[in-house]
Design a protein around this ligand. Sequence first.
Ligand SMILES: [Zn+2]
Length: 103
Amino acid sequence: MKIRKGDRVQVLAGKDRGKTGTVTFAYPAKDKVVVDGLNVAKKHQKPKGGTMQGGIIDKEMPMAVSNVAIICPSCSKPTRIGYRFEPDGTKVRICRKCEGDLA
Ligand SMILES: [Zn+2]
């Protein structure tokens, strides 16, 4: 999977289309990511134990990685991810638009 935790992404589809956020969790096995503050669902939480409060809480749900695009830190545009190989064989992610490195 090309997108990782910490990447800034823009949502391409769904109710949060056009919004941007930072990836807080990546699930490569499921091709899903959780983006900070996006794809939020209201969860009705039952109080349990002494510390957990009940009520309605906002919970970020995982979304398909195909529905987000990374935002390039160099050109600030949503882009596709390419790869460049260093002489030592290291694979570096690059922006397909400006060819800048994606951290
Ligand atoms: Zn770029």
